[in-house]
Design a protein around this ligand. Structure first.
Ligand SMILES: Nc1nc2c([nH]c(=O)n2[C@H]2C[C@H](O)[C@@H](COP(=O)(O)OP(=O)(O)OP(=O)(O)O)O2)c(=O)[nH]1
Length: 167
């Protein structure tokens, strides 16, 4: 799978905007906003485009705060393997509205709906909410949903890689 981005808008009250995915991979789970990079895009351009497509917020690339690099591995179906960069966003223009992909909703950072999110999110999202910048690997089980293994480490100074031209 092509490289991806994931963006979590954070408002002045510290609430996090999530979207409930209406279709596709991870349908019905709450997640940040993001998706696969398109040819010729940078990771930040991908994050800005996906945020607009999925909840109609308009972000400046420079306002994206890089907080994680994740390597998602699906041994049962390696076609799903992908990496992703995760951003917080504190400034934007526009108004949150639903799209055909996502139903958005604000959540208190202390009560995110982890039971209805990807299963490892309850491990790594609290890490980035506490101010850590991390890199991690999430290995999924045979059902491409349960967790077989995770490994996270602090990576202050994390920067985006050059987008591979092999996808
Ligand atoms: N938060 C979170 N997201 C995950 C996990 N595993 C996983 O594949 N994802 C997300 C990351 C990507 O945004 C997405 C990959 O699927 P996708 O590229 O089909 O997503 P999408 O439908 O939004 O992409 P697109 O068609 O809009 O480009 O799934 C996980 O453990 N936690």
């Amino acid at each position: 799978m092509r490289p991806t981005t994931l963006c979590f808008p954070v408002n002045a009250q510290g609430q996090i905007l999530l979207g409930r995915k209406k279709r596709g991979f991870g349908v019905s789970k709450w997640n940040g906003f993001g998706g696969k990079i398109e040819r010729g895009e940078t990771f930040r351009a991908c994050a800005v485009r996906e945020l607009y497509e999925e909840c109609h917020l308009i972000a400046d690339e420079a306002a994206l705060q890089l907080v994680a690099y994740l390597d998602f591995r699906f041994p049962a179906d390696s076609a799903y393997n992908h990496i992703g960069y995760v951003y917080f966003l504190h400034d934007w223009k526009g108004t949150v509205t639903a799209s055909d992909e996502m139903e958005p909703c604000w959540f208190s950072a202390s009560s995110l709906p982890y039971d209805e999110m990807w299963k490892a999110d309850g491990i790594w999202i609290p890490m980035i909410l506490s101010g850590r910048i991390i890199s991690g690997t999430i290995v999924f089980g045979d059902d491409n949903d349960s967790i077989a293994h995770t490994d996270f480490s602090d990576t202050p100074g994390l920067l985006e890689q050059t987008v591979p031209d092999t996808f």
